[in-house]
Design a protein around this ligand. Sequence first.
Ligand SMILES: Cc1cc2nc3c(=O)[nH]c(=O)nc-3n(C[C@H](O)[C@H](O)[C@H](O)COP(=O)(O)OP(=O)(O)OC[C@H]3O[C@@H](n4cnc5c(N)ncnc54)[C@H](O)[C@@H]3O)c2cc1C
Length: 384
Amino acid sequence: MEKLFGLDSLLEPEEIEIRSTVRKFASDRIRPHVAQWFEEGTLPARDLAKELGSLGVLGMHLEGYDCAGMSATAYGLACLELEAVDSGIRSLVSVQGSLAMFALHRWGSEEQKQTWLPPMARGEAIGCFGLTEPDFGSNPAGMRTNAKRDGDDWILNGTKMWITNGSIADVAVVWAQTDEGIRGFVVPTDTPGFSAPEIKKKVSLRASVTSELVLDGVRLPASAMLPTAQGLRGPLSCLNEARFGIVFGSIGAARDCLETAVEYSMSREVFDKPLAGYQLTQAKIADMTLEVGKGHLLAYQLGRLKDSGGLTPEQVSTGKLNNVREAIDVARTCRTILGANGITLEYPVMRHANNLESVLTYEGTTEMHQLTIGRAMTGEAAFR
Ligand SMILES: Cc1cc2nc3c(=O)[nH]c(=O)nc-3n(C[C@H](O)[C@H](O)[C@H](O)COP(=O)(O)OP(=O)(O)OC[C@H]3O[C@@H](n4cnc5c(N)ncnc54)[C@H](O)[C@@H]3O)c2cc1C
């Protein structure tokens, strides 16, 4: 990849160093165990969160409150290296840093920031982000979860669905309808009336905790509301942050599949010579290399735009749509190169392919990003 695209020439030495550190952590600490976690549908999230906190990747691109304050590009590279091992690990980091911590950092009161951000940056407290509901995913504006005033307090009722980190979270950022429109609430998960049953039987993102959030008369003080987030602008700003990490992360999963397939093709003999020596195999490898290389270039370009403060939501949609879609395609083609071995957990390829099905759906489905890009190109909104 490097010899064809010269990608490292686009990075600062410090960014290359951060990438190496995260790659080493992911290879030493996560890769040896992740297939087993996936098979068992478990994740040692508490221990892992502390280690990821020590590494400095939780809320890595945020300033102050014990966050690392790194460039957006450096954060993206960390996502890339973590997702090269498993999308579930990158999801843990994305939800913590880009959804829950970003919501607090961007929209929270000083007290909320002081209380939650430092322990979250260290991985001592885990956060989740409750936007999606059983009947409202792509169209969160329709949400039914509501918060009603009772004196100075708020009472929250409703159900959130498909919430990453939900059952292990210490704090949930929950979005709800109020008389003033959609508002965000910081909910300590030990508040009476809050529960988060885990969703089982997933065949994708198995090394990631996914949960329902049930809010049954959850009483919160007035200070629990995020003071400055009003309307969908609040949650959408957070989703944009997480999507940015996915632009990089998904290409990490694709890179891992491609590297696995290339190596496999060189050692697997078919019809008396290595699979790599056949033109059909090389055509697959060449085409996939182009997509993985272009995906890196797109991610780096969006990283630079974000670092200079000029990244638009439409540009993030472009990166998310392209890189996740291509990553799935690469994973499936790599699976063909591995033949029957490709369907096992001995190799990471089908695990990545299955994980990427979730990545294709969350943070805006393919169709939502097509509609966003379509609107940007034509001026016509075709969502309804
Ligand atoms: C593993 C996992 C983790 C998740 N983590 C979180 C989390 O932490 N927090 C959170 O809030 N959510 C989370 N989600 C939820 C995710 O964001 C939603 O699943 C996603 O937004 C899609 O919503 P939906 O599943 O309800 O699908 P729907 O909205 O029901 O969509 C179904 C299909 O219809 C298509 N569609 C919808 N509208 C249109 C239209 N106008 N035109 C054409 N096609 C359309 C969609 O693109 C999709 O293909 C997670 C999901 C998964 C799978």
